[in-house]
Design a protein around this ligand. Structure first.
Ligand code: ADP
Ligand code: ZN
Length: 750
């Protein structure tokens, strides 16, 4: 990871005034920093972290009282805003009845903002999104008080007091009902001082997981790793550990033990998964180990559950949260352990709004909370391996599958030697293997990381290609829905009956396969097989995904056809054959991590095969079977492959051996994009150990109608990029209609 350089000693900000008491309040809006407000005498005890409402222009906004002394060195902070004189200071309106934002989370917000060069308010917005309203109004209940000596005594009053002292505190209506009186009687007793009000919060919505509920019997090689992690999680304190092990080796089983140790210590746990579709199987497994489900956090959570969960995390009643990357910004009261499962996944990189890498920021969060963090993967990223190599991260490895299950036998099918029939995409070698698998009563899977019917539609008469009107991208046919759509901007139109350019009839031809087309081929080839398609557009949510997975586990399916959603950590005990339709798919495009990512993805797909007793086979259809990626998958020797990857990136100071920042210019017109990009090029930072590549048109030169240009700043590891980029941006004023987005540690180069 690349952030050590943000950690110099902070210098205190000078107080701006010595007059009226003031508070810095950060608003969840894109301002460069907090605003000062006057603290009225009624709020004299206002503390950093308090959630307050303040005036902003004519509106009222919710914000957070921020720390006066910045937590980062000045070169990482936005230029200070002009102080407002006492006389013009507006007062804080009120403190909201909300748990305050913990100090570690406030520091984390500052840190992420400084590292990603985002306005801190936009980072705060991620932490605050749901905090502004109380979960459920606390109920007022009535309990017995010392009755005044002159209390008028009646049988009705006596019954109420009896019930209140035996069953109380109760809400007024309930108290009256049980005593068989009107609520007026209760009110009268309250007014007389014989009952006192007690505000009861609703019971915590999440039951506490029991670390002793159902511990596993650990196998050879698992016990040592589990003990090691238990010790780390039980002791607390910051550390980073890579837990590496082939698919099915029991990594999940083992990190659940670390969770148990953290729970025993009375701390909360955060588990990050790359995709929430995975959470169904995960929570089930968690429940079998701990006797109750964990709290879930992701963007599809309904507003009520979001609110309840946010508050439960803040109050500490939610002990374990499993979520997507946004869960990093939850207000944990006492975070004691973070786990990042499938740490190599690029889904951890958020690409819009605040662009941050959740795996890297999770390490920062762990450090700020003085908690251990465990990164889990069968195919760790080169970033993480480099940190292990440099001694910054610990390393635990599991080498065998649990219970003696063998690793699948991975082979390539050389498509030049065994081509499919004309117009088809499955080699006879693969179809025969599928047939044989199904004949044995076992399940098979076809993997193709491409949604829809065909990625390109071409007119055979005039050569016209169906292209998105808003993007530099082909339109993808989705035959089942009879539409062609853009996978970048969501544009869609009915599939045209004739060529839109030359109007030739029956001339539009699909080029290449998507899962729909493979499904069509599989239906024709295996007419008796029970097929199931798993793609993100055919499975509308976690529930549908869980249902599909359950059907596979119940053996209601013979052949699964899917996109990357099937590659995830599913456990399919009866699946013994995986066919990869196009193993070369991810290798094009010249992306820095194309080879690494292909190995990771395909290894993960391969890992779905043979997870129980029956051994698994993986067949990779490839036109370049001699490629190092295919060789690594066949041999299973990822260490050597990653070593070669490292040796290719090291000399040019490519990540993780150097730092990258991407500047993306986008504009209404190509002229504005070019002018802004040229201005960035002309003012590019120069110096030893750094280099600016570009400007150049982005591969997606037009996206959602915006014209895009890219520049890339590459620097040696010891150089901090943020101050350089900040100063660079200050030298350039974007043209009208143009903007510049910064992506630190870019993962996508589109
Ligand atoms: P990974 O996360 O490395 O892919 P898992 O933890 O999912 O591996 O384990 C693979 C399978 O083996 C799961 O079904 C899991 O329940 C089972 N398993 C692993 N270790 C044990 C164990 N010690 N006892 C019982 N089952 C285990
Ligand atoms: Zn588009």
């Amino acid at each position: 990871m690349a952030h050590a350089s943000l950690d110099k000693r902070p210098s205190a900000r000078k107080p701006e005034s010595t007059g009226r008491p003031r508070a810095a309040v950060l608003l969840p809006l894109p301002f460069p920093g907090p605003f000062d407000y006057a603290v009225p005498p009624t709020l004299a005890d206002l503390q950093p972290g308090d959630i307050v409402s303040v005036p902003l222009g004519r509106r009222t906004e919710t914000g957070v009282v921020w720390d006066q002394a910045p937590t980062l060195p000045p070169e990482f902070m936005p230029p200070p805003m002009k102080p407002v004189s006492d006389g013009r200071l507006k007062p804080v309106i009120a403190r909201l009845d909300q748990p305050p934002l913990p100090a570690a989370l406030r520091r984390f917000v500052d840190w992420v903002a400084a590292y990603t060069l985002s306005p801190p308010g936009l980072v705060l917005a991620m932490a605050l999104r749901t905090a502004t309203t109380a979960p459920t109004a606390p109920a007022t209940c009535w309990a017995i008080a010392t009755p005044p000596t002159d209390l008028r005594d009646t049988p009705a009053r006596r019954r109420v007091l009896d019930i209140a002292s035996s069953d109380g505190p109760l809400p007024a209506a309930e108290l009256a009902r049980r005593a068989g009186v009107r609520t007026g009687v209760v009110r009268g007793l309250a007014d007389a001082g014989a009952l006192r009000a007690v505000v009861l919060r609703p019971p915590p919505p999440f039951a506490a997981p029991d670390p002793t509920y159902c511990p596993p019997t650990l196998g050879d090689g698992q016990g040592e790793a589990a003990r090691s992690l238990r010790t780390l999680a039980g002791a607390g304190g910051f550390s980073v550990t890579l837990l590496e092990g082939v698919t099915g080796s029991g990594k999940t089983e083992i990190y659940l033990e670390a969770i148990a140790a953290c729970l025993e210590r009375g701390r909360q746990v955060l588990v990050l998964l790359p995709e929430i579709a995975l959470s169904a199987q995960w929570t089930g497994r968690f429940a079998r180990r701990f006797g109750t489900e964990p709290a879930l956090w992701h963007s599809d959570l309904g507003p009520r559950l979001r609110r309840v969960t946010w508050h439960a995390v803040a109050e500490g009643s939610a002990r374990v949260v499993v979520g997507a990357r946004s869960a990093l910004f939850l207000p944990f009261a006492e975070l004691g352990l973070i786990i990042v499962d499938e740490e190599h996944e690029s889904a951890f990189k958020q690409e819009d709004g605040v662009t941050y890498h959740a795996r890297d920021m999770a390490v920062v969060r762990a450090r700020l909370d003085h908690a251990p963090i465990i990164l889990v993967s069968a195919t760790p990223s080169l970033e993480t391996l480099a940190n292990v190599g440099a001694g910054r991260y610990r390393h635990l490895a599991l080498t065998a599958r649990h219970g003696g299950a063998a690793m699948p036998d991975v082979r390539t099918i050389d498509m030049r030697a065994h081509p499919p029939e004309r117009g088809l995409f499955l080699s006879p070698v693969l179809t025969e293997a599928i047939q044989a698998t199904m004949a044995r009563g076992e399940q098979a899977m076809l993997f193709l990381n491409r949604r829809g019917y065909a990625p390109l539609t071409l007119c055979r008469t005039c050569g016209h290609r169906l292209q998105c009107p808003n993007c530099t991208a082909w339109l993808v046919e989705h035959r089942a829905r009879r539409v062609i759509t853009c996978h970048h901007c969501g544009y869609q139109e009915p599939t045209p009956p004739t060529c839109p350019s030359c109007h030739a009839e029956a001339s539009l031809t699909p080029i290449g396969p998507g899962v729909e087309r493979i499904t069509e081929e599989a239906r024709a080839t295996f007419p008796d097989a029970r097929l199931l398609v798993m793609a993100s557009d055919t499975l509308p949510g976690p529930a549908a995904t869980a249902d599909a997975v359950a059907r596979i586990a119940r053996r209601e399916v013979d052949l699964v056809i899917g996109t990357q959603i099937v590659a995830k950590g599913w456990h399919f005990p009866h699946l013994t054959l995986v066919g990869v339709v196009d193993a070369d798919l991810g290798l094009g495009g010249g992306d820095l991590r194309a080879a690494e990512r292909t190995v990771q993805l395909l290894h993960q797909v391969a890992g779905r095969a043979g997870r129980a007793e029956a051994p698994g086979t993986v067949l990779l259809q490839s036109y370049c079977a001699e490629h190092p990626v295919m060789q690594a998958l066949v041999s299973g020797d990822f260490a050597s492959f990653m070593h070669q990857e490292a040796e290719q990136r090291r000399p040019g100071f490519w990540p993780p051996f150097g730092r990258l920042a991407a500047l993306i210019v986008s504009a209404d017109t190509p002229e504005a994009a070019d002018a802004t990009a040229r201005a960035l090029g002309a003012t590019a930072p120069r110096g030893d150990g750094m280099q600016v590549l570009g400007p150049a048109p982005a591969p997606l030169a037009i996206l959602r109608g915006r014209h895009r240009r890219r520049l890339l700043l590459r620097a040696r590891r010891e150089i901090a990029l943020q101050p350089i980029v900040r100063q660079w941006l200050e030298r350039v004023t974007p043209e009208r209609g143009a903007r510049i987005d910064v992506d630190i540690d870019p993962v996508s180069f589109l």
